[in-house]
Structures are given as structure tokens and as C-alpha cells.
Design a protein around this ligand. Structure first.
Ligand code: NAP
Length: 278
């Protein structure tokens, strides 16, 4: 099954469906299962992997390194920098540490994890230096609401590749203004926590719709995100069966009636809501 893709500022393509790795790399005893899970995800056809220096304080990046050894080509690796490292000098050394843990020579997409104390100009300059040095191909941000993204955009020379935010059926606030703004600027939105960290995968309203398709609630939660233009979904699982189930969401095509039922069960925002953050 081919995964659709969106274009990044470098001209590279990013798949609209990938795997998350938060809570991985925290315990050495679980490392092999995590590596096997990521490997299984790649075997299924996932080529986008999302991580961060924060996840397991580098442990998730190391688990990814083991999983992608010998098969890095064709993968889009996304990592994120702590805001406290996102200064001109700090970003370069933090990125080098991530590259070393991932055992690759370039990160495909490097994101500011959330807004911290560094002026935007400093982080943008650091990201551009890293891009000039070939250590990253594209860069972007995470957990930015529209006003912040707009003010970042005024300084970024049009080079911001994405904004990764919490977005799922239970948290649709971004549809009010952030997603339309990003769609208008042709900037893909990476939707994190597509299951709202778990509950949506057990949701009864989703189950009713899933039953019509011989699918599961988790697959419907993902299929809903995947049908939105410019949206990238990154579910996380360390369970091979669930990873296969999640990949199967690509086959679920929601009808207009399904979408209307989803709007009734999970109403879209009618006014500005503050950005959901984990
Ligand atoms: N930029 C940011 O600030 C930020 C914040 C949060 C997350 N993220 C990224 O987004 C990724 C996804 O978000 P998330 O990890 O917060 O939450 P999520 O993907 O919404 O949910 C993950 C949870 O759902 C379970 N799960 C996965 N597939 C399932 C299925 N088919 N059926 C039932 N349960 C299932 C997982 O358990 P098992 O693993 O046991 O299967 C895990 O407990 C993260 O891993 C991370 O890469 C980014």
C-alpha cells in the first residue's frame, strides 16, 4: 500500500503516515522489543519515524538506530530539539548528539519541540546553519498555535517545513484557525497523539463506524486524520499486532455519512480553543 506524501521546503517528500516513539528508550530491558517493533513498522511499509532527544533522553533515538541499521535509505527521520538547547551554538551540538545516537549523517526534519526562552531568530539561524552543513535537510516547529506560528513565519524565510501539534477526533481545536492557516501556507501539520494517547482506540462511537468497514476504532481514528489535506499522522505502538492494525488504516475509506457521524460524536470547534498540549 502506498502512503501519500507531502512536500517539504527542500523539495523532499514526507509520508503522511508514520510511527511515533514517545515513551520508548526509557528502559534498557524493553529495548529489544522496541527495536523489533520499529523494524516491524518498516517491514509493513512505514517510512516516517518521529522521535526527539527528549524521548528516553536519547534512548528512543538509539532504539531507532538499531532498527534502521542497514536500511536507512528511503526513510524520513524526524527528531526534535529541547527548547533549552535551541540557541545558535546549543542547537549545533544537540543535533550532533542526535545524529550520533541515530547513527546517521543527516536528520530529514528537525523540529523545535516547543517554545522556550530563545528568540525565534536565534533558533532559525541555528537551523539554517545545520541545513548549510548538511546535518539536517528540513526543519520546523512543534506545539505552536497560530499566532506564534505566524510570528515565526515572518522570520523564517518560508523555510518552516511543519508544525507538529496534538490533533485527534477528541481534540479538534486546531481546525478552527491553525489548520486552515497551515493549509493556506502549504505547510503540513503533523498530528501527534492520534488516539488521544489511547482512549480513542477503545471509543464506542468509533466502534460503531468501524463495524461498518470491518475495521477497528483505532483504524477509524487514523483514517479520519489521513483523509484531511496536509495532515500527517504518527501513531505510536510497541506492539507488532497493533502496528499492523494501525497500518491497515490506509485501507479504510470513510464515506460522507461516516464523516457526518464523526462530526456528531466529536463536534468540530465553533470558536477559538487553546492548543492542546500533552
Ligand atoms: N511534539 C510533541 O510534543 C509530541 C507530543 C506527544 C507525542 N508526540 C509524537 O506523536 C507520537 C504519537 O503520540 P502518543 O504516543 O502521545 O499517543 P498515541 O499514538 O495517540 O497513543 C499511543 C498509545 O496508544 C496505544 N495504541 C497504539 N496503537 C493502538 C491500537 N491499535 N489499539 C489500541 N491501543 C493502541 C499505545 O500502546 P502500545 O504502545 O502498548 O501499543 C499507546 O499507549 C509519539 O509517540 C511521538 O512520536 C509528539
Amino acid at each position: 500500500m502506498t502512503i501519500p506524501s507531502v512536500e517539504l521546503p527542500s523539495g523532499a517528500r514526507m509520508p503522511t503516515f508514520g510511527i511515533g516513539t514517545w515513551r520508548m528508550g526509557e528502559d534498557r530491558r524493553r529495548r529489544k522489543d522496541e527495536t523489533d517493533a520499529i523494524r516491524h513498522g518498516i517491514d509493513l511499509g512505514f517510512t516516517l519515524i518521529d522521535t526527539a532527544e527528549m524521548y528516553g533522553e536519547g534512548g528512543a533515538e538509539e532504539a531507532i538506530a538499531d532498527a534502521i541499521a542497514g536500511r536507512r535509505d528511503g526513510l524520513t527521520i524526524v527528531s526534535k530539539i529541547y527548547p533549552h538547547n535551541a540557541s545558535r551554538r546549543g542547537a549545533v551540538t544537540a543535533c550532533e548528539r542526535s545524529l550520533k545516537r541515530l547513527r546517521i549523517d543527516r536528520i530529514d526534519l528537525y523540529l523545535l519541540h516547543w517554545i522556550g526562552g530563545e528568540p525565534f531568530e536565534e533558533t532559525i539561524a541555528a537551523f539554517e546553519t545545520l541545513r548549510d552543513q548538511g546535518k539536517i535537510a528540513d526543519w520546523g516547529v512543534s506545539n505552536f498555535d497560530r499566532d506564534d506560528l505566524q510570528s515565526w513565519h515572518q522570520k523564517d524565510g518560508g523555510r518552516c517545513g511543519t508544525n507538529q501539534v496534538m490533533f485527534n477526533l477528541a481534540r479538534r481545536g486546531v481546525e478552527f484557525d491553525l489548520l486552515p492557516w497551515m493549509q493556506q501556507h502549504k505547510m503540513p501539520l503533523m498530528a501527534y497523539s492520534p488516539f488521544d494517547r489511547g482512549p480513542l482506540a477503545r471509543d464506542r462511537d468509533l466502534k460503531a463506524i468501524a463495524d461498518r468497514h470491518g475495521a477497528t476504532p483505532a483504524q477509524v481514528a487514523l483514517a479520519w486524520l489521513l483523509q484531511l489535506p496536509g495532515v500527517v499522522a504518527i501513531p505510536k505502538s510497541v506492539d507488532k499486532v497493533r502496528l499492523s492494525e494501525n497500518f491497515g488504516a490506509l485501507k479504510v475509506k470513510l464515506s460522507d455519512a461516516d464523516l457526518a457521524d464523526l462530526d456528531r460524536a466529536f463536534p468540530p470547534p465553533r470558536r477559538k480553543q487553546s492548543l492542546s498540549i500533552v
